[in-house]
Design a protein around this ligand. Structure first.
Ligand SMILES: Nc1ccn([C@@H]2O[C@H](COP(=O)(O)OP(=O)(O)OP(=O)(O)O)[C@@H](O)[C@H]2O)c(=O)n1
Ligand SMILES: C[C@](O)(CO)[C@H](O)COP(=O)(O)O
Length: 240
């Protein structure tokens, strides 16, 4: 009997997509327009963020989630997709963005790196470090930072206690998970309005997972308050 040769199917590298929630109002930043469009070092903040992801070959495309009425951003690049599906919370914007990724051809088993548009200091090297760590992990994970300062708890404006910080991390983004797993984790929280979901990892934690903590950088801060713009500007100019 002649046996057909055994064909080993190709094992394609898993695909990675970026999803940038960009639908916030930036109320703490005090800018006239949403902070992600504020010029920093010569460009609207979100364009610095996008440039970092576009420099990573393993990112197949970037989906930017903006508010439905947003007319600040238009895109003319096949690797960037605009989804006007922002919601009333960051979690809702991410949830809708994941569906937009799936609707436009992404597979539930693909990876997604969710990253705040307002973290415009992310570097390609930091994104690569997260991808390297998470591709080797079943769950996925996030960039995060160990606390550089002593940590206090408070009661009535006074110190209640000095808190052991040895196991405490500040969560950053990107946060990288399988699209299907993250979508399911968020869907399970949708009927509470995503209460308690402040980042992707928290949704995965509520689903019983233990995301990987990958050391990030203090420079990958989220532009949140008025004084953050000058620091972001100085760092971006020092890099160019
Ligand atoms: N409904 C929302 C709220 C936030 N974001 C995005 O999530 C990221 C992190 O949120 P944050 O910095 O807290 O932004 P804002 O909600 O815009 O800020 P604030 O809370 O000061 O209003 C930002 O890129 C922001 O545009 C979003 O896509 N949709
Ligand atoms: C997702 C996040 O960047 C992780 O630190 C952060 O929680 C988003 O900011 P917010 O102020 O909680 O909306």
């Amino acid at each position: 009997m002649t046996e057909a040769p055994l064909t080993i199917p190709p094992n394609p590298a898993p695909r990675c997509h970026a999803l940038l929630p960009c639908a916030g109002s930036g109320s703490r930043a005090g800018t006239a327009a949403p902070k992600q469009y504020q010029p920093v070092a010569g460009l609207p903040m979100v364009l610095h963020t996008l440039a970092a992801f576009q420099a990573v070959d393993r990112i197949e495309r970037c989906l930017v989630v903006v508010a439905p009425g947003d007319r600040f951003l238009s895109v003319d690049d096949p690797h960037i997709q605009l989804a006007r599906v922002g919601g009333s919370t960051r979690a809702a914007s991410v949830f809708h963005g994941l569906q937009a990724l799936l609707d436009s051809g992404a597979d539930a088993s693909d990876w997604v790196l969710v990253h705040d548009a307002a973290r415009c200091l992310i570097t390609p090297a930091q994104i690569e470090a997260l991808i390297d760590a998470c591709l080797a992990d079943a769950v996925g994970g996030l960039l995060a930072l160990k606390l550089p300062d002593t940590l206090k708890s408070e009661a009535g404006g006074r110190v209640a206690a000095t808190v052991d910080r040895s196991d405490k991390w500040l969560a950053q983004t990107p946060q990288m998970f399988r699209i299907g797993a993250l979508r399911a984790a968020l869907a399970a929280q949708a009927d509470t309005g995503f209460a308690g979901v402040t980042d992707e990892a928290s949704a995965m934690e509520l689903a019983g997972q233990k995301p990987l903590l990958v050391p990030g950088s203090a420079q990958n801060f989220k532009v949140t308050y008025p004084e953050d713009f000058a620091l972001a500007e100085a760092i971006l100019r020092s890099r160019s």
